[in-house]
Design a protein around this ligand. Structure first.
Ligand code: GLY
Ligand code: MN
Ligand code: MN
Length: 488
């Protein structure tokens, strides 16, 4: 094709150029949120901020994992949403009204970032720096964090200073006066923030929740692209595991299979600790130890959500380890399925969110009563002890504000029934824990089931589990170290 367009002499040169440019672009994902998205979110924020106000958004603290090793760093989703900046020790100021600097330039946002440092970058990774933040994130006013101390700003002139509660356990560096701890100290001094700031309406943490919640609860088309991907990847994980599942597998191994599939499709993280619980383990709502070495013949609850470019899915499937539901497992599963269907029927723009919760709860209460597992519908909370639903997005339990469902929201629908051993009911039900969790986009007159890629119906699950997985061909040799126990 190239040869038909360009003459022969120019071809080698063009090919080299093409290789250099395409190589630079193609060996990283090309679908990160564009800087225009973040700029658009700041503009939308300014629209709803009150007059003469400033909003201050800090990065999340870093956390020690072990000695001099940190946990993988996760940015404060609010800061990422409004800036696209992913590094720690940073803050963003957004002003409702234009401000003027000493040279007479107007600005309405300022980003303070980590300073570039060749030595630090050799050890812990590349930094964007102030120049990178200008060119790649599109900010006009960017400074290194150490410049915040002398930054000329009179906070006393604002009617509202809007910020989130300060985290209590921010580590303080002995050598870096521009770490998050010091940036927060400097902000408190500059803005004369009292200890009991939450009692003064001028220092408005409630408004922070309201503004960020109102924006983040409605997803933009750019966000939907990433959420759809995170959800589909999570469903692919569920499907592959359903096909590969064997009773002699361990919970940890199953977690690894899910997360391998996520990473194969480019999801960098999980949005929360993966929950892989067989039998009684599945009755612990946020079980994350995943230590059972053989799942055996029990029901297996798998609540696993891929995080793709910051956006988290939240998908649960509960399946029989043998591939076939027993009569009791079928009955409990069907109740949860019916509760989900009852909730789905409520979903549309303008519906009361609480009505979906009530529909699911009533459906489960009636079902448990019919099976004789409870004697009174009021006992339903014993076996269905959690809520139905939450937003997903940059947080798996994403920020929101409205009690009414709105077009563009993405929420989970996740009823469950958990009957641990020794419950006060016939022991044929013991050890059955079922949650079915799906992710739904609210539309004007109904909803879209984003997680429809993974089967939910009993017969569809059994059909999927009868298939062979590519993972079944993935055999590892036994470990030599477990063959014989040697002291040294
Ligand atoms: N995975 C946590 C939840 O379902 O909310
Ligand atoms: Mn959930
Ligand atoms: Mn979940």
């Amino acid at each position: 094709m190239l040869r038909t367009i360009f003459n022969k002499a120019a071809t080698p040169f063009l090919l080299v150029l093409l290789f250099l440019t395409s190589n630079a672009q193609e060996d990283r994902p090309g679908d990160y949120l564009p800087k225009e998205f973040h700029a658009g979110r700041r503009a939308a924020l300014r629209e709803i901020m009150p007059d003469n106000s400033v909003m201050v958004v800090f990065a999340y603290p870093t956390r020690t994992f072990s000695n001099d090793v940190d946990y993988f760093y996760h940015q404060n989703p609010d800061l990422y949403y409004f800036s696209g900046y992913k590094e720690p020790h940073s803050l963003l100021l957004v002003f409702k009204n234009k401000q003027t600097d000493a040279s007479g330039n107007a600005y309405d946002e300022v980003l303070f970032v980590q300073k570039r440092n060749a030595k630090a970058e050799q050890w812990t990774g590349r930094r964007l720096g102030d120049e990178g933040a200008k060119s790649q994130l599109g900010f006009q006013e960017v400074f290194n964090g150490e410049e915040f101390r002398k930054f000329n700003i009179d906070f006393s002139k604002f009617d509202k200073i809007i910020f989130d509660h300060f985290p209590v356990d921010v580590p303080a560096s002995k050598t870096d006066s521009a770490d998050l701890f010091h940036l927060m100290q400097q902000f408190k001094e500059k803005a004369s923030i009292p200890e009991d700031y939450f009692k003064e309406s001028r220092f408005d943490t409630k408004l922070y929740q309201e503004l960020t919640g109102k924006l983040r609860e409605i997803k933009t088309p750019e966000e939907m692209d990433l959420i759809r991907k995170a959800v589909e990847i999570s469903c692919q994980g569920q499907n592959e595991v359903m096909k590969a599942l064997k009773p002699d597998m361990s919970e940890l191994e199953i977690q690894g299979l899910h997360e391998y599939v996520h990473k194969k499709y480019g999801a960098e993280e999980v949005g929360y600790g993966s929950i892989i619980g067989a039998g009684d383990d599945g009755c612990i709502l946020h079980y994350m130890e995943n230590t059972k070495t053989k799942i055996g013949n029990e029901m297996l609850l798998m609540d696993v959500g891929a995080e793709y470019h910051g956006y988290s899915a939240d998908v649960t499937r509960t399946v029989p380890a043998t591939g076939k539901f027993s009569a009791e497992e079928k009955q409990i599963y069907q109740l949860v399925y019916d509760a989900q269907e009852a909730a789905f029927r409520v979903l549309k723009d303008g519906a009361k969110w609480a009505d979906a919760g009530a529909a699911a709860k009533e459906s489960i209460a009636e079902g448990l009563l019919k099976l004789g597992i409870i004697k009174d519908k009021k006992e339903v909370g014993k076996y269905y002890p959690h809520g139905l639903s939450h937003h997903i997005g940059l947080d798996v339990h994403d920020r929101g504000y409205s009690s009414t469902l709105k077009k563009g929201m993405v929420i989970t629908i996740e009823p469950g029934i958990y009957i641990p051993s020794n419950s006060n009911c016939d022991k044929k039900w013991w050890g059955i824990g079922v949650r079915i969790e799906d992710d739904a986009l609210i539309r004007e007159n109904d909803y879209e089931l984003l997680s429809s890629f993974a089967p939910r119906k009993i017969e569809d699950i059994e059909k999927m589990m009868a298939e062979q997985s590519v993972i079944n061909n993935f055999k590892l040799p036994p470990l030599k170290s477990t063959e014989k126990k040697k002291a040294f």
